[in-house]
Design a protein around this ligand. Structure first.
Ligand SMILES: Cc1cc2nc3c(=O)[nH]c(=O)nc-3n(C[C@H](O)[C@H](O)[C@H](O)COP(=O)(O)OP(=O)(O)OC[C@H]3O[C@@H](n4cnc5c(N)ncnc54)[C@H](O)[C@@H]3O)c2cc1C
Length: 528
């Protein structure tokens, strides 16, 4: 477990002006010492804000006293961005609102879950098309701050594209509402415009160094800011390092009348790169992978009913959507023809119950891995790499070699259509050298991702785990711009220090384990 910091007074009531709840007892702190990933840090205190004024008071105190603040939503993020020394800040019921804000718009509090917002959108015939599998537990604060994504991102992009406005408090304690397309009228902290001018002067370099990936949650969104001149883009995906979000306005899209699923059984994961290269340009709404490690947990009668051969090495879930059922079926048939040279078998499903059953295999992958592989521990330390789609085949081959060299079995699943695979090694923690193996696999994977021109996070963020590799991925010039942005928004360096940008001497595995207190869903879910 990571070190507890000694800085800052922890009183029974919290800082002056803070009227929320304030806990310093061990039980409360332990509850927030783990997220869903592998890093553990015991906080000094836990603060629950009940109103925006509490956040302002807390940040002013933190900046004056030099106390780190770790904002936290559902705690489901994996790279240690939701744990840390200092004060963990959580959000009370007053931040859980979901309000209709006109056709195709929702205003959401940062404590509301994505599932709550989705239910409200669906009730009105709309949907939020970015659909993380953690929607029942993850909050808007976390989803916006990680630039979360999901199976439909291959068609609809990540959360950033759908954020219209953000209400936040910066590290200087100033509250601002940032709205898209505000142009020069943007209300930014002192020094922001000078930073933006330096970035624009470097635009050609930034663009030339930017990884050629189709989704990304590493670093700050410099390229998106250069493209759109929109401050909102920089705050989305900032992992609580630039400001504390209070609420957001989110755009929605209409629900399609029909959808169908093409299942592509792969003879070997070697075929993955070629199958994705054929299918992605056809415009599917999902292009997801589950491998044989996860398929092995699906009851054989369910697999047979869906037409999946018992010896499939992997399965692609390819979705067609549309207003016309006949057209959806025809699309699925055409896609099946296109991918046939790379498939062991294909099947198409259109009955809603059959689709729901197969999606459970995919959506519950992380949950199964977290709960069903004892005594092995499913560890998330190379779980979110993203590479250019054309490099997917090389990435899978290279990673399998790395894992084999260190005798670590692993599950491969996730967003194949975006070159973003969740690879979870299943580590036997009874093995005396397991930490050495984890570090070696992590280092070799970073090398490989650099070589292939990817980043270490397609959707989960850098967190504490990946911050020490930031410069290897982005290079010193872009990291200098990242640091400049951070200094403008968080001059006292109290917003999640060590997340995204490393602090001196930071090791990626600081705070590794123990594992008996890992993240569990807060309420029972159907993992059938
Ligand atoms: C079973 C499972 C499935 C998952 N599936 C997906 C998936 O499909 N797609 C995906 O993208 N991710 C997925 N994840 C990862 C995770 O759910 C997402 O990263 C999610 O967006 C985190 O939301 P959260 O509310 O749990 O945030 P937390 O984990 O609490 O925090 C995440 C980050 O947001 C910051 N933060 C939280 N609230 C605020 C705030 N108000 N202001 C500023 N910063 C804040 C935190 O400091 C931290 O940096 C999955 C995780 C699990 C356990």
């Amino acid at each position: 477990m990571g070190e507890e910091v000694a800085a800052g007074p922890a009183t029974g009531k919290g800082p002056s002006g803070f009227r929320g709840a304030w806990w310093t007892d061990v039980a409360a702190r332990e509850r927030f010492a783990a997220g869903s990933g592998i890093l553990r840090w015991m906080p000094r205190a836990v603060a629950e804000a009940h109103a925006p004024e509490d956040v302002v008071a807390l940040l002013r105190w933190a900046a004056a006293e030099g106390v780190p603040i770790v904002p936290r939503g559902g705690g489901t993020a994996m790279p240690g961005s939701n744990v840390g020394p200092g004060v963990v800040l959580v959000f009370g019921p007053g931040f859980a609102q979901v309000e209709w804000a006109g056709p195709g718009r929702l205003r959401v509090g940062v404590g509301a879950t994505l599932a709550a917002a989705q239910a409200e959108a669906n009730r009105r015939g709309w949907r939020f098309p970015v659909d993380p599998s953690s929607a029942p537990w993850c909050t808007w604060g976390g989803a916006v701050s990680t630039n979360a994504a999901g199976p439909r991102t291959v068609r609809f992009g990540s959360v950033r594209r759908w954020v219209e406005a953000i209400d936040l408090v910066g590290g200087d304690g100033g509250r601002r509402v940032l709205r898209r397309d505000a142009g020069g009228a943007v209300d930014a902290p002192t020094g922001f415009h000078a930073w933006a001018a330096r970035l624009r002067a470097d635009a050609a370099l930034v663009r030339s160094r930017w990884p050629r990936v189709t989704k990304n949650s590493s670093g700050y969104a410099l390229r998106e800011f250069l493209d759109g001149d929109d401050l909102v883009d920089l705050l989305v995906g900032a992992e609580g390092t630039l400001g504390i979000l209070l609420a957001a306005e989110i755009a929605l899209t209409r629900r399609p009348a029909h959808e169908g699923l093409l299942l592509v059984a792969l003879p070997d994961l070697e075929a993955l790169g070629s199958a994705v290269a054929v299918l992605r340009p056809l415009g599917p709404a999902t292009l997801e992978l589950i491998d044989d490690v996860l398929l092995a947990r699906v009851p054989s009668e369910e697999r047979a009913a869906a037409g999946v051969p018992a010896d499939a090495a992997g399965l692609l879930l390819v979705t067609a959507e549309g207003e016309d059922e006949v057209a959806v079926r025809a699309t699925l048939a055409a896609w099946a023809d296109a991918v046939r040279p790379w498939a062991a078998a294909t099947a198409t499903l259109t009955a809603p119950a059959a689709l729901a059953a197969v999606w459970r295999w995919r959506r519950h992958a992380s949950l199964r891995l977290a709960t069903e592989y004892a005594p092995r521990v499913s560890m998330q330390f190379i779980e979110d790499c993203v590479v250019p789609v054309a490099a997917l085949g090389a990435f899978v081959r290279g990673l399998r070699d790395i894992l084999a060299a260190h005798e670590l079995p692993a599950a491969f699943f996730g967003h194949a259509g975006d070159g973003n695979l969740h690879v979870n090694p299943l580590v036997d923690v009874r093995r005396p050298d397991w930490r050495t193996a984890v570090r070696a696999v992590l280092e070799a994977t970073v090398e490989q991702v650099v070589r292939l021109g990817g980043t270490l996070s397609g959707e989960h963020g850098d967190g504490r785990l990946r911050a020490p590799y930031l410069e290897r991925i982005w290079g010193p010039e872009l990291v200098a711009h990242f640091r400049g942005l951070k200094a403008v928004w968080d001059p006292a360096n109290v917003l999640n220090p060590g997340v995204k940008l490393p602090v001196p001497g930071q090791d990626p595995l600081d705070g590794l384990g123990p594992f008996e207190t890992g993240w569990r869903p807060p309420r029972p879910v159907d993992v059938a």
